[in-house]
Design a protein around this ligand. Structure first.
Ligand SMILES: [Zn+2]
Length: 170
């Protein structure tokens, strides 16, 4: 994906003229290993972006991290995208504003628990301790990657679809 494609993919920018700041190491991105590109805004760390390829088109969303982590307590939490269980501080609650031409609907957001460092990609490539009955490592990683990709696509599709409950309000 090119810089312009990634910038243009963000469907829910909050303000007119708001710029998408790309990750500092954009040129070093290993696209073939990535199921999504996730990064934080270098100047606004609570803003994050998530972009993936859906049927050949770059598609992505702006996410705002919820700074209040009290809701996660001290427990282990599962990331909704890679499905790995991680420590509570390694998973964060993000909210994606839904894109809408109607100002009132812009208040509507979709929440999701994602690895705080947006590093699901690293997790899916991690090597598990294999037992004798486990499938080979490449099959495990392949299955994890498919799951991650499928859930990322489905999350982005939910962000872009207008929620029924908002329709007709006001
Ligand atoms: Zn994850």
């Amino acid at each position: 994906m090119s810089r312009d494609e990634v910038r243009g993919a963000i469907m829910n920018l909050d303000a007119v003229g708001s710029k998408v700041r790309l990750p500092a190491r954009f040129d070093e991105v290993a696209w073939d290993k990535l199921d999504y590109l996730g990064w934080r805004d270098p100047r606004a760390p609570l803003r994050a972006y998530l972009v993936t390829d859906i049927d050949g088109t770059a598609s992505g969303a702006l996410l705002r991290q919820n700074p209040n982590r009290a809701e996660l307590g001290g427990r282990a939490v599962m990331c909704s995208l890679c499905h790995f269980m991680r420590r509570f501080n390694e998973v964060a609650l993000f909210a994606a504003p839904r894109p809408s031409a109607d100002k009132r609907q812009r208040l509507s957001t979709l929440g999701i628990l994602v690895c705080t460092d947006l590093d699901c990609v690293t997790k899916v490539h991690s090597v598990p301790v294999l037992g004798p009955l486990d499938p080979p490592l490449d099959e495990i990683i392949q299955a994890r990657r498919e799951g991650l990709r499928m859930r990322t696509v489905s999350f982005l599709r939910s962000v872009s679809s207008t929620p029924r409950s908002v329709r007709g309000r006001g």
